[in-house]
Write a protein that binds this ligand. Structure first.
Ligand SMILES: Nc1ncnc2c1ncn2[C@@H]1O[C@H](COP(=O)(O)OP(=O)(O)OP(=O)(O)O)[C@@H](O)[C@H]1O
Ligand SMILES: Nc1ccn([C@@H]2O[C@H](COP(=O)(O)O)[C@@H](O)[C@H]2O)c(=O)n1
Length: 230
């Protein structure tokens, strides 16, 4: 079967990476969580004092960006990809509310997007990739053979994220998470560079009332059709 490119975009916390990761594992494709890359840059900014309130020191970030090393390696026990920043494992550190509350500010910077998009395009040049994010079907891989745009209500998304953080023993109230989900959607859809929007040729999925296994099956069927297996 020919290898294709699969772009999964959508709003924050709607289940994109859950679907993308599962599909990639099953079909033997590479999975890239593009949001993790913006999160890693944000963690770098926080750790190096590049934030002044909600303002980023763009001069310092422009100088540092070419030297920031972001990589993904598979966890040998779980087989799941994990994010490394400058050689250190940061998978949990990039998922905190502290990073979530600043990431959309960093992701709105044109020079940051340019650098990340270029890296993402290199990662996908051989096809056989599933990438999730906000601009994958519109900007990173406009020629992707399969494009999905995922939505769910903000309240459902916040509840899912809240349950996940609770299970990990992390802080954050439901209200705080709902506020973060809505604020990130607002910044992501209104930014000047590559705003979050559905590509004209993307298939929309509202998974508000779907289980993880139902959405997995839904995606597998779309993949078989796009890859020419049926
Ligand atoms: N259909 C579903 N029903 C219930 N929970 C779900 C469903 N899909 C995903 N989840 C859960 O919702 C949470 C968010 O999912 P996930 O991390 O995949 O979202 P995302 O869209 O990749 O988020 P982000 O954009 O913030 O990275 C996870 O805890 C995941 O297990
Ligand atoms: N292609 C992308 C991916 C992500 N972003 C920004 O990063 C934030 C975090 O992403 P998650 O997928 O981990 O939620 C997200 O809110 C966006 O601001 C992006 O701009 N483009």
């Amino acid at each position: 079967m020919k290898k294709i490119t699969i772009a999964i975009d959508g709003f924050s916390s709607c289940g994109k990476s859950t679907m993308a990761k599962d599909l990639a594992r099953e079909i033997g494709y590479i999975y890239i969580d593009s949001g993790a890359m913006y999160r890693a840059v944000t963690l770098y900014c926080l750790r190096h004092g590049l934030f002044h309130g909600d303002e980023v020191d763009t001069d310092r970030l422009k100088t540092a960006l070419p030297h920031i090393d972001i990589a993904f390696k598979l966890n040998p026990e779980t087989g799941k990809p994990q994010t490394y920043l400058d050689g250190a494992l940061v998978e949990d550190d990039i998922r905190t509310l502290a990073v979530s509350s600043k990431v959309s500010i960093v992701a709105a910077l044109g020079f940051v997007r340019e650098a990340m998009v270029s890296l993402q395009q290199q990662m996908g040049r051989e096809k056989g990739i599933v990438m999730d994010g906000r601009d994958i079907g519109t900007t990173v891989f406009p020629d992707a053979e399969l494009k999905i745009f995922v939505t769910a209500s903000p309240e459902i998304r916040a509840q899912r994220r809240y349950d996940e953080l609770q299970a990990k023993g992390e802080k954050g109230s439901y209200e705080e998470i709902l506020e973060n989900v809505k604020e990130r959607d607002r910044i992501d859809t209104s930014r000047a560079v590559s705003p979050l929007r559905k590509a004209d040729d993307a298939i929309e999925l509202d998974n508000s009332h779907m289980t993880i296994s139902e959405q997995k099956e839904w995606l597998a069927a779309r993949f078989r059709k796009a890859a020419g297996a049926e």
